[in-house]
Each structure stands twice: as C-alpha cells, then as structure tokens.
Design a protein around this ligand. Structure first.
Ligand code: URA
Length: 439
C-alpha cells in the first residue's frame, strides 16, 4: 500500500474510507509502514480529526489487529469498567469481585501507571505472588470459574494500540479525542463485552482537565461503544481531590480491602456502588438504578465480595497467607511521617495533582515506562475537603523509602492543602452520566 496519499489527504482535511484505515492498521502492525510516516499521519489526525465513521473503522481495525477473548455461552453477562485515570483511583479492585458476586463475568484488562496516575496492575503487583501476565486461555478459565480477573493485556491483544500509543507518546499526539477513543475502545471491544461503564475523570489530576472536555470524550466513547454493540455509559467524576484517603500501590490495596469489608472511605464506596448499579441496569439484571443500587449495596455488605477477592487472588497466584500477614501491618515502608495541620479550620483543598506528583517522586509512580516502582510508598490518612481539623491534627501520613525522601515530601505535601475558617461548598464526586442506546 502506498501510504503517502492517505497522509496527504488527511493533512488537507479529507476523509479516509474504512478499507483504507483497515489496511493502514494492518500494514503498520506488520511493520510495513515506517514509524516516521505513521507519526506524520497521527499528527494530521491530531489537527484534522476523524469523523464518526473513520473513528469506528480505526477502532475496529485496531481491535482486530490481534487476538480477542472468546468466552463460552453463559447466562452471566460480560461486563467491565474503564477509568481514564486519576490519583487514588482504586475502584477496579473492589468492583471486580462485587460484580462477580452480582452474577456478572468480569474480564478486567487493565493498565500500568504513568506519570501521576496510578495503574491497577502496579497496585495488584504489590500483593505477594499475584500474577498480572496471563494468557487468553487463563483469562477465560479464571473468569468462567471465579467470575472475575484483573490482568494486563495479553501479548497478542490489540498490538496496533501498543505500537501506536508508543508513537503518540513520543510525538505529542496523545490528546486527540478520536485517537483516545480508538485506543481505549479497541482494547475493551477485544474483551467481547455486553456492557461497559466508563469513568471519565476531570480536574487537576485528570487527563481531561475540565468538565466540558471530559464530557466531549465521554460522549464520543459512549456513542462508539454503543455503535459497536456494547451497552456503554460514562460517569463524569471529579479528580480535583484524590479518591479515597490513600494513594500509593500497596496503600491502595489496603484501602480497597477496607472498602470490601465495609470500612473504606465514603467516596470510594460511592463510586464502586454507582459503577455496579449502572452495569446491573445495562445488563438488565436490575430494572432501575435505585433497585440496582440496593442490590449492589446489600451484596457488598454481605461480605461475599471480600471472599471473592481472596478467590480471585488465589486464582492469580497470590500467596494468601503472606497477603494477610502484610495486611495486618500498619505500614510496610521504612519511614512514616505525619503532616499536621498548622491551624484549625476546614480543609477546603487537597490537590490531587500535587499528591500524585509527590507519590510518583516518592517512587510510587513512573517517569518513563521503564521506571521501577516502589510498592510500599505513598500517602494515606488524607484529610479531604469538607473535613474540620484542629491545629495539630493529622492531614496525611507519608510512607517513604528513607527519611530524606520523607522530608522532601513533607514540605511539598503541605502545599497540597488549604485550610480556611469557613466550610467549603461540597463538590459532588459524580457530576454527570452520559448514556446512549445500542444501534
Ligand atoms: N488511555 C489509553 O489506553 N489510550 C489513550 O489514548 C489514552 C489513555
């Protein structure tokens, strides 16, 4: 295929036919299109965009660039959730076993953290023995037997996205809505789902900083997901403040277990139950959102999802004895330091971006894809906006590898907080729902 005329057409704002996009993806995946030409094409898309038909064709071609998951017939619908990423976002961990207990099958293919946003796989790998690298056969077997799995993309799934994302990352073409939609949905469509809920975040630590941009991305994904036969909805959620009270890989696993045991923070529980309720309605396992919410709440409070979590861990190779021993410890990092309020008042800000940067710099996140992660560092006991504090109360605990890192984090963490004499107006966590209909 001569790729140059396609680059030139897109550069001039023209349209590409579905067959042309299919061929382009196949040739690029097979190494028949050099990176410099693909980079030029991606930049043309960044400036000129793709229309609905082009985005659909690109997404389906990317999905079909590798293996997809094939599940046996089963009355339990296949469902999943995807988040655009944030600080302290651990929703997937309690949600997967909850959904499995509610009668859904959950093949949750997740990613790693980069920059300030945490990655589900990095969190799970802080559990002794837990394996995130599974073959497609393992994924299907565990989903059929346990009801849920959380793992990485298999080597052979959606290879076009792996190659394209690496190029986008190196050429400043990540923030393009059609390219984001194709990248995210090609991976989710490879799971052969019946229903998908997207958690599209906006705020200081989100990919999309403003609510209108997040809504634009959510609408594009919901429309395309439904057009491809997956009942898709999106929640628009606030990422100006970290989710929950902990950020850092192992600390977030602990908080997820607390959520499964009914002890977790309210905002985390709220988002877990809301995602579950939408998926129950989308899969017709509940007639309405209030009924679904009740089902999800009763199930979470029954303790069954906590037991299912251990079952999923064991199926993915975790050493449950070691896991429970680690869970019983107050902390696993060598140094723990408290940040205390220097005045009394109301917490009006706990900035997610600042907290995310501190956790990354403590060693809990990555600067590049190759960076090693320290699973034990991070922050917990975070005071959240709307909380009243007295002078000397703990605003956060810092978990660090050594005292120098703890001191540096301590200085910076103070700037994440603002304490004022008046109670702030509450900022709702969930600020919109985007629904669509199957076509
Ligand atoms: N996450 C993805 O998987 N792809 C994107 O393009 C952006 C975020």
């Amino acid at each position: 295929m001569n790729f140059l005329p396609l680059i030139e057409r897109k550069r001039e704002g023209g349209r590409l036919a579905p067959d042309e996009l299919r061929q382009l993806v196949a040739d690029f995946t097979a190494g028949r299109i050099p990176d410099y030409q693909m980079a030029a094409f991606l930049m043309a898309v960044y400036f000129r965009g793709l229309d609905r038909a082009e985005t659909t064709a690109l997404t389906l071609a990317m999905r079909d660039s590798g293996e997809t998951l094939a599940f046996p017939k089963d009355p339990r619908p296949l469902a999943d959730k995807h988040s655009t990423g944030g600080v302290g976002d651990k929703v997937s961990l309690p949600l997967a076993p909850l959904l499995a207990c509610l009668g859904l099958r959950v093949p949750m293919i997740s990613g790693r953290g980069l920059g300030i946003t945490g990655g589900t796989l990095d969190k799970l790998e802080s559990i002794p023995g837990f394996r995130t690298a599974l073959s497609a056969t393992d994924v299907v077997e565990i989903v059929q037997r346990v009801g849920c799995v959380i793992c990485g993309q298999t080597e052979r799934m959606v290879p076009a996205d792996k190659k394209m994302y690496a190029l986008r990352d190196a050429t400043g073409t990540v923030p393009s809505i059609p390219l984001i939609v194709a990248s995210i949905l090609s991976k989710k469509l490879a799971e052969n789902l019946r229903a998908l809920v997207l958690d599209v975040k906006f705020g200081t630590a989100a990919f999309m900083q403003t609510l209108p941009r997040a809504r634009q991305l959510a609408r594009a994904m919901v429309e395309l997901g439904n057009a491809c036969g997956v009942n898709t909805r999106a929640l628009l959620t606030n990422m100006n403040t970290p989710l929950g009270c902990a950020a850092g890989n192992w600390l977030e696993v602990r908080e997820s277990v607390a959520c499964l045991e009914g002890r977790g923070p309210d905002d985390l529980r709220e988002l877990v139950l809301t995602c579950a309720a939408h998926l129950l309605v989308q899969t017709r396992k509940a007639p309405s959102l209030p009924a679904a919410r009740k089902l999800a709440q009763t199930c979470l409070d029954s303790g069954a999802p906590r037991r299912k979590w251990d079952e999923m861990l064991a199926a993915q190779g975790a050493d449950l004895g070691e896991f429970h021993r680690k869970l019983a410890l107050d902390h696993t990092a060598p140094v723990v330091r408290e940040l205390k309020a220097d005045r009394a008042g109301w917490v009006v800000r706990c900035d997610a971006r600042c907290v995310g940067e501190i956790v990354r710099d403590l060693g809990g996140g990555r600067f590049t894809k190759e960076s090693a992660i320290n699973p034990d560092v991070g922050v917990d006991h975070l005071a959240k906006p709307g909380e009243r504090v007295a002078k000397g109360d703990v605003l956060a605990r810092i978990h660090a590898a050594d005292s120098e890192a703890a001191s540096a984090a301590h200085e910076r963490l103070r700037t994440a907080f603002q304490i004022a004499p008046c109670r702030p107006r509450p900022e709702p966590l969930i600020q919109g729902v985007v629904t669509g209909s199957l076509r």
